[in-house]
Design a protein around this ligand. Structure first.
Ligand SMILES: [Zn+2]
Length: 49
């Protein structure tokens, strides 16, 4: 499952109302996060593996 951060367009591993692989809390500013089936573009540890 992937989640997109709409202000940056970056796609992370993770889910809405949870946490990304790289540690962002998607419950904060939850309007910035949408569920996505796009390819993960985040290169940080935890998302890019
Ligand atoms: Zn990430």
């Amino acid at each position: 499952m992937a989640v997109k951060h709409t202000p940056t367009g970056e796609v992370h591993k993770g889910t809405k109302n949870g946490q990304t692989g790289c540690g962002f809390d998607t419950k904060k500013n939850s309007e910035h996060w949408v569920s996505s089936h796009d390819r993960i573009t985040c290169q940080k540890n935890g998302c890019n593996n």
